[in-house]
Design a protein around this ligand. Structure first.
Ligand SMILES: [Ca+2]
Ligand SMILES: [Ca+2]
Length: 487
């Protein structure tokens, strides 16, 4: 028998056993929703106002978690929390680089894409993954990803000249110094995301797409160079669009009295005009780079709509950590236990998330995986520390909880562990410094009350809760006993 006739015979057999219709049988559960996670890098909450598509297509059509924090405000630990639903003290990725952290530190066999794939999802990742990815083996595809377009470090940190592992084959887009509009990182990634959606939408099988552009994170090669240059560089079409922005100056900007703060802040100089210029230059690069992300959001939503998948797709928009720009005299950076570093946007549009709703209930990045698992009816492969935000989106209530805020490892010499609750930020620093802010009375964290006798009972109670929660796992992380206010 010829090969063609063999195949024809096989097709006849397959047709005989296949059901007459591809649709679900009557009474079957509705198709599982697709999930698209858009995770930007180092975006602080205040940048949201510059992203009209994120606001109109995601926030207005979905649920905004306005009080959302990350537990460890640094790329690799935070992204590992997204992938596991665990605090850093459980997933063990305690930094961006070996030996404490980095790509190699995460146990990839137990992560969200693995669980979703086991539950019948098609999966894909586009863009930045865990720090250090590709340095040891640039063609490696981490477990769980059916399609893989991961940027290889350190080229990840360049808007041009980045190398992408495309399902095992390396492709470099342009070169760092040539600003070819067609090869701008965010746009190229968006093209891959859209192509994936278009290819996967017709299938009955749902998909999980992780989309992770570098913006608004700085480009490594530009750090410390000519301040007239944007860092990161925006797409050429957006350069200058936000040239008129000025540095926001909340009451915590260039904090005048830092006597309440630990030495790391107390020893910082006031912000000079030159430092303010640096902050402003960085701000323009950051915000203008985000405009391409905003365009990508519009393209992704439009593609889902055209494909008929928009109403059955949960779209998550968030950042791995926040960003300081002059608050408490910190000119640039993250990792610190202050609101601008801890708080990031979290918007979820999709089935079960009410349109235009704003939720002030405390949420955190440990909730991302539990929420996605809930939405997709998928079991976790390990003990998660967060909780699903799906019920909270529908019935926020005002339940109290304490989110662990932490850095590490303890061996590093400089670390902190603390709690962020709806009302309090309490921090225990290595070296003995303490901070306690009453966010209800002092939302800008101008006056740490850790030594104020009226707050002694509050501080004792928070220290007691932290002693349990700093090593918590699973249910223990979700338990909370109320803390007394000032006496
Ligand atoms: Ca980051
Ligand atoms: Ca102060």
């Amino acid at each position: 028998m010829s090969r063609t006739r063999l195949m024809a015979a096989a097709l006849i057999v397959a047709a005989a056993v296949a059901p007459a219709s591809a649709g679900p049988p009557a009474g079957a559960a509705p198709a599982k929703p697709n999930v698209v996670v858009i995770m930007v890098d180092d975006m602080n909450l205040s940048a949201l106002e510059y992203l009209p598509n994120v606001r109109s297509l995601l926030a207005d059509q979905g649920t905004s978690f306005d009080n959302n924090v990350v537990s460890y405000s640094l790329c690799c630990p935070s992204r590992s929390t997204f992938l596991t639903g665990q605090y850093a003290h459980n997933h063990g990725v305690l930094g961006n680089a070996p030996p404490d952290g980095g790509f190699a530190k995460l146990r990839g066999e137990q992560t969200l894409p693995v669980w979703l794939r086991q539950a019948g999802y098609q999966t894909a990742h586009v863009g930045k993954y865990l720090n250090g990815y590709g340095t040891a083996n640039p063609t490696q595809v981490p477990p769980g990803w059916g399609e893989w377009y991961g940027s290889v470090d350190p080229s990840t940190y360049s808007m041009w000249g980045y190398t992408v592992n495309e399902n095992g084959r390396l492709h470099t887009y342009g070169s760092p110094a040539v600003e070819d509009p067609a090869l701008y990182q965010t746009d190229v990634y968006a093209g891959k995301a859209i192509d994936y959606i278009n290819r996967k939408a017709p299938a009955a099988q749902p998909f999980f797409l992780s989309f992770a552009p570098l913006a608004p994170h700085g480009e490594r090669a530009l750090d410390g160079v000519d301040l007239s240059k944007r860092n990161p560089r925006p797409a050429p079409r957006h350069r200058g669009d936000l040239d008129s922005v000025t540095v926001p100056k909340p009451p915590s900007y260039d904090e005048a009295d830092v006597s309440d703060k630990p030495p790391a802040v107390r020893n910082r100089p006031r912000i000079t005009p030159a430092a303010e210029q640096q902050i402003e230059a960085r701000l323009k690069g950051r915000l203008e780079s985000l405009l391409a992300v905003d365009d990508a959001v519009a393209r992704i939503v439009s593609t889902l709509r055209t494909a008929g998948e928009l109403e059955n797709t949960a779209i998550v928009f968030t950042s791995d950590n926040g960003w300081m720009q002059g608050e408490h005299r910190i000119v640039a950076g993250k990792i610190v236990p202050y609101e601008e570093s801890l708080r990031v946007p979290l918007i979820i549009r999709g089935p079960g998330f009410p349109a235009g709703k704003r939720v002030t209930t405390l949420a955190a990045n440990v909730d991302l995986a539990p929420t996605i698992l809930d939405v997709t009816d998928t079991p976790a492969g390990l003990t998660v520390d967060g909780r699903s935000l799906l019920p909270i989106a529908n019935d926020p209530g005002s339940f109290a909880r304490g989110i662990v805020i932490e850095t590490g490892p303890k061996e590093s010499g400089t670390w902190y562990a603390g709690l962020r609750t709806p009302r309090w930020t309490y921090v225990e620093h290595s070296g003995g410094a303490r901070e306690l802010y009453d966010l209800q009375l002092d939302p800008y964290q101008l006056n740490s009350v850790h030594n104020d006798p009226r707050y002694a009972a509050t501080r004792r109670a928070l220290a007691d809760r932290l002693a349990t929660l700093r090593t918590c796992s699973g249910d223990v992380c979700r338990q909370w006993t109320p803390v007394p206010g000032p006496q």
